[in-house]
Ligand binder design. Structure first.
Ligand SMILES: [Zn+2]
Length: 635
């Protein structure tokens, strides 16, 4: 597939994907298609067929957890019961929230509400302790906001007002199903929007979240409690942990905590209470009647430009594949992923790590001590390939009763998940836990564990195939592997050591040199016009460092091949980024995704490498040319 009208030297992405773009159709129930999404659709189709067979009894899985997954799948499909019961299964929880009419009442029941998934004035959660990654920590931050980013609340934002109106319209329609009077519905809605608008002025923007090292702000629990009065934070911790309650917690969003009184206080208590009621309601629409489920997705459809909801069978599959992620991923891996492919890709990972070490040794801006530290970090990276060997005991606790409504069953599962998560605060980190299930088309690096995960589902064409050439595999999965490894040395990952602990292992001048290169990478992308907006170089810098690192290390391996086909390498690199998306979705990604737009991921990194210029004879007369002094090499 290639478009003869566009010269590859001018636009690699279009030359490779142009023909595909002309004819590709975005499915009605998705915001995009191509590349990652194509694989995702294919995996979804395979597993949907299997769940249909499980539900009909014509197929049986020997994984015990899959029986509960199948039972839940059937409950989603039982629309006769769902439609008959309507909002009824949720009413007890809504009444619970409505009954809390003072901060004293909230404080006395905060733990119970937290376990039931009712949003508190601040979020309390569990995460790995960045400074000692063998432990967990309790973390606190401000509430989630309605719009995708704080920037959407600015008066002149092109989409903010329209999106908020769409959200309000949806919430009003769903509220009409509750026992509240019309006047109350209006009041609840107005208060919800007021709470949201106040919180949006205090919580972090996506740009601020992107620098996640800055989340690490340890604070004595008693000190934090003073900041969030009248909310009784220490009381909540005691209710959760008794005498074992942690004395220190980590404040992920200091301003939102410090200035919480601007959105939660005794004077404006009902803003929170009405907000909590509405949010609890909206978080549950999916497990109520079909009408409520469809209404509850309206805002998301507007936000992403998706034309219609997935068919019921797909919704059922998506629900169980999310809630039973690990068992479904292991089932997928065992059934559809070959050992031969697994061994081949693991070998490739080790080859890439070795090659990375070689590049570190040749590095021109690091002192020998820093190089040694970087190589130590590379040597200890743990590789999680395909799917886990065993399903953790936790997943067998995800049970419910046969006669439960869908809503009750889902609430029971969510409660188990929350309890399990909060119990982790007192336990060491389980490093065998996988961050992504086997059926997910993605890959990741975990800076707190110094490990990389490649789910079975991404190990397919065009990323990887035993039948593809080595050059194509290097331009596909190879560059993705290199990308994930590079996250160990991106602007965030660089602050963590080989054990995943937040620790400075750099010589001061080396880190300064790295920072200067990071700045160059920010500038290379910053301000590039895209779909009426502009790329924010700072938001996407970590991923661009990773893309360029992934390309550098795989090109290093290309050099070792006999008569390497560089054209095949770069063409497959462009192929994996082919994407066609709804305009709304493109705008959403531009505003909050830490990855650059797909076309730029295809077209920008090659320009930094001499191999690109040699492979296609690219000169200063071509669009994809930048002069040697502007080419950036970090890793
Ligand atoms: Zn990445």
């Amino acid at each position: 597939m290639s478009d003869t009208k566009v010269r590859i030297q001018d636009d690699l992405y279009m030359a490779v994907n142009g023909k595909w773009l002309e004819t590709a159709v975005i499915p009605d129930d998705r915001p995009r298609t191509g590349g990652f999404s194509d694989l995702d659709q294919a995996v979804e189709k395979i597993l949907m067929d299997d769940f249909k067979a499980f539900a009909e009894g014509s197929k049986v899985s020997d994984i015990p957890e899959m029986q509960y997954a199948t039972a839940l799948y059937r409950k989603v499909l039982d629309t006769e019961r769902r439609n008959r019961e309507g909002i009824t299964p949720l009413l007890p929880l809504l009444e619970d929230v409505a009954a809390i009419r003072s901060s004293e009442a909230l404080n006395s029941r905060a733990c119970e509400l937290l376990m039931k998934g009712v949003p508190l004035p601040i979020q309390v959660d569990i995460d790995t302790d960045m400074q000692d990654a063998s432990k967990h920590a309790v973390i606190i931050m401000g509430p989630d906001i309605i719009l995708p980013d704080t920037s959407y609340y600015a008066k002149d934002h092109p989409a903010g007002k329209r999106l908020l109106a769409a959200w309000k319209d949806m919430a009003a329609k769903v509220l009409a199903f509750t026992p509240l009077s019309e006047a109350e519905q209006k009041q609840y809605l107005d208060d919800t929007l007021a709470f949201d608008a106040l919180a949006a002025q205090k919580v972090k923007s996506q740009l601020e979240w992107a620098e996640y090292v800055k989340c690490y702000n340890p604070m004595a629990a008693e000190e934090a409690e003073k900041q969030v009065k009248p909310f009784d934070l220490c009381g909540l911790l005691r209710a959760l942990y008794g005498d074992d309650a942690p004395e220190t917690l980590i404040v992920y969003d200091p301003k939102a905590i410090r200035e919480m009184n601007s959105y939660f206080s005794d004077e404006n208590f009902f803003l929170w209470q009405h907000w909590a009621y509405v949010m609890t309601l909206l978080r549950h629409t999916d497990c109520l009647s079909e009408e409520l489920a469809a209404l509850g997705k309206a805002y998301q459809r507007t936000l992403t430009g998706v034309a219609s909801d997935p068919v019921l069978e797909k919704q059922a599959y998506q629900t169980v594949s999310r809630l039973y992620a690990e068992p479904v991923g292991v089932y997928y891996g065992r059934t559809y992923f070959g050992e031969e492919a697994k061994k081949d890709v693991v070998d490739l990972v080790h080859r890439i790590i070795d090659s990375y070490k070689l590049r570190m040794r040749k590095n021109s801006f690091l002192a020998e001590e820093t190089k040694a530290q970087a190589i130590k970090k590379l040597s200890t990276i743990v590789v999680k390939m395909g799917y886990p060997d065993q399903i953790r005991a936790y997943w067998s606790k995800l049970i419910f009763d046969e006669e439960d409504s869908l809503c009750l069953a889902m609430d029971k599962l969510a409660a188990v998940k929350r309890r399990d998560s909060f119990d982790k605060a007192l336990k060491p980190v389980d490093r065998t836990e996988w961050l992504m299930p086997g059926h997910m088309v993605n890959a990741c690096y975990n800076p707190n564990a110094n490990d990389i995960t490649f789910p079975a589902a991404i190990l397919q064409k065009p990323f990887y195939s035993l039948s593809q050439s080595i050059e194509e595999n290097l331009g596909g999965i190879g560059a993705v592997i290199g990308h994930e490894i590079s996250h160990a040395f991106d602007n965030n990952g660089a602050s963590f050591d080989e054990n995943g602990n937040l620790k400075n292992w750099w010589k001061e001048e080396d880190f300064a040199a790295f920072k200067a290169l990071t700045k160059e990478m920010i500038d290379q992308f910053d301000g590039i016009p895209f779909h009426g907006g502009k790329v924010n170089g700072e938001l996407v810098v970590s991923e661009n460092i990773a893309d360029n690192g992934g390309m550098g290390v795989t090109l290093e391996i290309m050099h070792t091949l006999k008569a390497p086909d560089y054209q095949a390498y770069f063409k497959n690199w462009a192929r994996i980024w082919c994407m066609k998306a709804k305009e709304e979705f493109i705008q959403l990604l531009l505003a909050r995704d830490v990855h650059s737009p797909a076309v730029l991921r295809a077209n920008m990194p090659p320009r930094n490498f001499s191999e690109w210029y040699e492979a296609f004879g690219v000169t200063e007369d071509d669009n994809m040319y930048i002069p040697p002094e502007k080419r950036i090499s970090i890793w």
